[in-house]
Structure formats: C-alpha cells, structure tokens
Design a protein around this ligand. Structure first.
Ligand SMILES: CC(C)(COP(=O)(O)OP(=O)(O)OC[C@H]1O[C@@H](n2cnc3c(N)ncnc32)[C@H](O)[C@@H]1OP(=O)(O)O)[C@@H](O)C(=O)NCCC(=O)NCCS
Length: 187
C-alpha cells in the first residue's frame, strides 16, 4: 500500500479534494441533517458549532497527511461542497490495506448519481494508485441508495447481517456486510 494521501480527483461533475477550512461548517451542517445521520455512522457530533469547531479544526490539521484518504465532494457547476467520501482504517485491524469506506451527500444533491460518481472515483484511486488489498464495509438494510452503490461497483454481500450502533439512533440497526478485493475490483 502506498501512503500518497488524498490527491485531487476529478469526474464529469465533481472535484474530490482534501477538506478545506471553508468546508468544515458545511459538512457539519449536512451531518446534522437527520436524513444523513440516521445512516452515516459518526462519532458524537456537537449541535453547537462553537463546541464542534475545536474538533473540526483539529481534524483539518491532518487533511493533508499522507495516510488520510478523505475528500470533500465539490459540485463543479456550483463550485460548492456537497458532501464527503472517505476510505478509512478499520479499528482493531492492523492491516492498513484492508479498509472501510464512507460517503454522505447533502440531501438536496442526492439522487442525481453524484454518490455513485464520487464513490467510483475514490475506489479507482484506492485500488489502482494507493494499492489497497480489500474493502470491508456495511450499510443499513434500509439504506438502499448506499448498498446499491456498493453492488454497482462490484462489492458482494457476505451474507452476514450485523447490528450497528448509530450515534443518533437509540437502537442498533440491521446492516448488510459487503466486501470487495483488489482482484475483484480490477476484473
Ligand atoms: C448514500 C448516498 C451518498 C448516495 O448518494 P446519491 O447521490 O443519492 O446516490 P446515487 O444517486 O448515485 O444513487 C445510487 C443508487 O441508489 C438508488 N437510489 C437512490 N435513492 C434511492 C432510494 N431512496 N431508494 C432506493 N434506491 C435509491 C439509485 O437509483 C442508484 O441506483 P441505480 O444506479 O441502480 O439506479 C446519499 O444517499 C447519502 O448521503 N445518504 C445519507 C448518508 C449515507 O447513507 N451514507 C452511507 C452510509 S453506509
């Protein structure tokens, strides 16, 4: 695996770039939307920006680190940050080349194919350039728009359904588990 960080990537409609200061509040506001946070697993999120800011700026200091693979998604036609995609380490797994993925978009920009477009570009980069070995991830069974992206990109369901605890929901929810190896992606 190559630690080459979150290089700027481009698709027909989007630019994927490392997070910048101007994105922080926008991304925080998107994550506060219940339609996003009910499916996107986050650590605790502060509803008060002045409190949240401290953590967000700490993270911003690492946006250009070579072992960070996380991009703000910018819609070219509006020059506007509309969400984020990421490919992160799996807690408790010492093998960095087996990773998880995450994505979320501002609800106003969902359903236009941008999620699929951003996810594909990130996966192309992670498998071809960063040379990761495998992705292991999950999505709520009710969250078809996310697991459809996984299936379109060639991920396969492991058959296991696990309970995930989402920060803002009181009870764990059923999630499908998905995987894809480098060999499968490159086929
Ligand atoms: C998941 C998410 C990033 C998808 O982005 P998007 O731009 O809306 O997705 P796309 O428009 O590319 O659609 C992806 C697929 O889901 C389908 N889809 C979209 N909305 C759907 C819905 N409500 N129900 C079922 N399928 C849906 C699309 O038709 C498409 O499939 P297709 O290409 O076979 O037609 C976005 O919905 C989101 O931010 N959700 C909240 C956060 C989240 O769930 N993150 C992932 C956690 S695992």
């Amino acid at each position: 695996m190559k630690y080459i960080g979150s290089k700027i990537l481009e698709t027909d409609h989007l630019i994927l770039r490392p997070t910048q200061e101007e994105d922080l509040k926008i991304l925080w506001e998107i994550l506060l939307d219940e339609n996003v946070s009910k499916y996107y697993l986050t650590s605790k999120i502060n509803k008060d920006w002045e409190e949240e800011k401290k953590w967000q700026y700490k993270k911003l200091n690492h946006a250009l680190d070579k072992d960070i693979f996380q991009w703000s998604v910018v819609l070219k036609s509006e020059n506007r940050c509309i969400g984020q995609v990421s490919c992160q380490k799996i807690e408790g797994n010492n093998d960095d080349s087996v990773r998880d993925v995450g994505w979320f978009l501002d609800p106003r920009f969902q359903g236009h194919g941008y999620g699929s477009e951003a996810a594909k570009k990130m996966l192309d980069y992670m498998f071809n350039d960063v040379e990761i070995r495998k992705i292991e991830t999950s999505a709520a069974t009710a969250n078809a728009s996310s697991w459809k992206i996984m299936e379109k990109l060639g991920f396969h369901r492991t058959g296991e359904i696990k309970k995930c605890k989402y920060t803002m929901l009181p009870e764990p929810v059923d999630c499908y588990c998905y995987e894809i190896t480098s060999e499968e992606y490159m086929k």
